[in-house]
Design a protein around this ligand. Structure first.
Ligand code: NOJ
Length: 548
């Protein structure tokens, strides 16, 4: 691609660290038991103090909340339970005053069945919205295999295609290869499909003009149907990115795709590599389930980050390196600490295990993402009845644990009125307790994020080179930065002492631990010998004398 037409990347992404806020569980300010925007504004200083300077806010728009707000009924207005449109604008202003960015969640692929567009589309008579959702041409005709549908809704003679739950009808972005024998399958450039694209642009412009700094796009790979190679979907996002590059060059597009090579080359600035742990869930996003990422963190007993030490770093690494190489210089890969859809990282792990995970996650290239509460090791709460379509995700969505006051400082509502119960464990972690403890996970997270900024080699950009990554072996050791001026990171999640030898990228490096460690590193020429205690991590600066 000629340099002139290369997509631009906002400079702030080179040092950004994100914090994901699930608004209903973060901070309640009006005592109704549900988190809200004024509550979040009151906690911005805390988020900034972690070293995070960007927010990803889960959907906060008008919704019946069948899927926690991922079923939008009005993209242009804030759900009253979170506050007003003015509160959202105040969030932008207050965040910007602190040097922070705010990215919203764009549910581009579907709406709620309660959205007036869908209600119009479900009518028998032809109208502006008839083709804006995907309907077969008769209730006796099914959508092609691989698409889910609902039969017999309302007066319209046809079945509508859904993207997720039954009340989330798919907006029509067309079929990549419409079947000529099925004229209800529209091409991507049909006026109704184009109208949906334009509407999504209008929604983004609406909030970007009011101060938003970008969007995380829900199920970004799902828009064009039958798009087996994702070429049409990538072209769609390239069009959106062109709008960003021209009109909002400082704003960012973040994909929920989990296929960075496609998402970033398709136009996104950031994509996640999501280590889902719900068997089957990942198949919603990709043709093949990514067992490799599932295995990496959350397949307890067999994952690499597990005390049993039976994992295989190569399973993750080969996948990661493939995507890293394909996207280098074009966008950022993020491995989030968690999110509202996956098991809490703390599940089955103690503070020492979590420290190893964080030492790894916060020294990778790409943009770090913390899921609210992960920085204190907030736990997955077992046994909850599904809330707002959460099902087994519900346990990762309980209120933020701020302090030892009633409801952990989340809300002044009676406990039974809370959005979800607070973790009942008597030793549940809180922000207040961990702020007072220099050895806490919270303190470590702050130090690691500070280190990312102090030592540019450990930051969002710059080389990542495995130094010791043998199949089924521990530890995992990698280099960040330039050959003569960088950092060594080593992680040993296994509950046994491990040792290894590896080759440094240059001779004559002086190595100094950047944070206290129990590991021992000996260097002779380019040869390094490392001994690591059970469940440990280490980060060393490595510089040739004379380099700055
Ligand atoms: C992904 C979101 O993260 C999840 O919470 C939601 O249920 C589905 N997409 C459907 O929108």
């Amino acid at each position: 691609m000629p340099a002139a037409s290369r997509p631009r990347t906002p400079a702030w992404l080179r040092t950004a660290a994100f914090y994901e806020v699930y608004p209903q569980s973060f901070q309640d300010s009006d005592g109704d038991g549900i988190g809200d925007l004024p509550g979040l504004i009151g906690r911005l200083d805390y988020i900034r103090s972690l070293g995070c300077d960007a927010l990803w806010l889960n959907p906060c728009f008008v919704s019946p909340f069948g899927d926690a707000g991922y079923d939008v009924a009005d993209f242009y207005h804030v759900a009253p339970r979170y506050g007003t449109d003015a509160d959202l604008e105040r969030l932008f202003t207050e965040a910007h005053a602190r040097g922070m960015k705010v990215c919203l969640d764009l549910v581009a692929g579907h709406t709620s069945t309660e959205h007036p567009w869908f209600q119009a589309s479900a009518r028998a008579g032809k109208n502006e919205f008839t083709d804006r959702y995907i309907w077969t041409d008769s209730v006796w005709r099914s959508a092609p295999a691989g698409l889910s549908q609902i039969n017999g809704y309302g007066e319209r003679d046809g079945n509508y295609v859904t993207n997720f739950f039954h009340f989330q009808p798919a907006l029509n972005y067309g079929f990549a290869r419409p079947d000529p024998a099925q004229p209800w399958q529209l091409p991507v450039d049909h006026p109704a499909c184009r109208a949906n694209r334009e509407e999504m642009k209008r929604i983004m412009r609406h909030w970007l003009d009011r101060g938003a700094d970008g969007f995380r796009v829900d199920m970004a790979s799902s828009l064009v149907k039958g798009d087996t190679d994702f070429a049409a979907t990538m072209a769609l996002w390239a069009e959106m990115r062109a709008m960003y590059d021209t009109e909002y060059p400082e704003a960012v597009l973040i994909a929920e795709w989990s296929d960075p090579a496609r998402a970033i080359l398709g136009g996104f600035h950031i994509d996640f590599l999501i280590h889902f742990n719900h068997p089957g869930y990942s198949t919603l996003f990709r043709a093949e389930p990514h067992r490799d990422l599932f295995q990496f963190f959350r397949d307890m007993g067999g994952s690499y980050f597990d005390r049993a030490g039976r994992g295989d770093i190569r399973v993750f690494l080969d996948h990661y390196l493939e995507h890293l190489r394909a996207t280098e210089g074009r966008g950022f890969i993020s491995l989030p600490t968690g999110n509202h859809d996956i098991m809490r990282l703390a599940r089955g792990r103690d503070a020492a295990d979590l420290a190893v995970c964080f030492a790894f996650l916060l020294t990778l290239p790409g943009v770090p993402y913390l899921y609210a509460g992960d920085e204190i090791g907030q736990r997955y709460v077992d046994g909850l009845v599904s809330k707002e379509g959460g099902y087994n995700r519900t346990g990762s969505r309980t209120p933020m644990q701020w302090d030892a006051s009633p409801n952990a400082g989340f809300s002044t509502a009676p406990a039974e009125a809370l959005y979800l119960p607070i973790d009942p464990a008597p030793d549940r972690p809180t922000v207040a307790a961990q702020e007072a403890d220099p050895a806490s996970l919270l303190s470590l997270v702050r130090r690691l994020l500070a280190l990312r900024r102090e030592v540019p080699a450990l930051g969002n950009t710059g080389p990542f080179v495995p130094l010791h990554a043998e199949p089924k072996a521990y530890p995992f050791v990698y280099w960040r930065g330039e050959d003569k001026d960088g950092a060594i990171v080593a992680v040993n999640p296994a509950d046994r002492e491990v040792r290894c030898a590896f080759t440094l990228p240059a001779a004559g490096l002086t190595t100094t631990p950047l944070l206290p460690t129990g590991a021992t590193l000996q260097v002779a020429g380019t040869r390094a010998d490392l001994v690591m205690p059970p469940v440990s991590w280490a980060i060393y600066r490595g510089r040739q004398t004379g380099s700055r």
